[in-house]
Ligand binder design. Sequence first.
Ligand code: URA
Length: 243
Amino acid sequence: MERLQKILAKAGIASRRKAEDLILAGRVSVDDEVITTLGYVVKKGSIVKFDGKKVEGENKVYYLLHKPKKTICSLKDEHDRKTVVDLIQSNERIFPVGRLDYDTSGVLILTNDGEFSNEMTHPRFHLPKTYEVKIDGVLSTAEIKLLEKGITLDDGTVTLPAKLWVTSKDLSKKTTDFELTIQEGKNRQIKRMMEALNYNVTRLHRSKLAFIECKDLKPGEYRRLKPFEVKQLRELANNGVLK
Ligand code: URA
């Protein structure tokens, strides 16, 4: 059972707000009866028509892309740079779930399912995201503790606890490589965490989103997410655990 305006919005006919106007204008019927009541709940199996034509549910698709560097996560770019959507051959109107910067590579999910995207980006329970990071400096133990505990960003917000694992330190080149698992997805979060300590990020790769990894894919390659992966991501975002 679903509300009429939601069905119209999901089918890509109009936004929920515009769908309400279409309903009020008498252009929508359920089982051949014109419905002009907002919030009307449609029973399972009922036939919804818009201007006399059957409304089909949009086929939901979910892709995992190994995002290469030098691609952007918006649908169009004013400078004509390649977008992540350009890399995927799909007949559906897909968009990226969340964002990775132009120079960041790694796990990125694309879908045409707006509800799934909302669940992933505004989860009730934070989905862990692991990044491989390289910076132009040598992290001290005190700095590592601070990053793990929560660090104050340029806008005054404090990050949630994180996990940091140093994989290599080069004292002569003055660089550190590490894995950092964060729970949130604030805009440019890792770079801003490092900027708070006066370091620059020189390499950034998202190796994991919850349990999803892309090491079997080359940069630019993609695959469909398996139905169980979509289901488990939803469960983690909504309940915090797998049932
Ligand atoms: N943090 C960043 O700074 N950039 C990204 O692309 C992802 C996380």
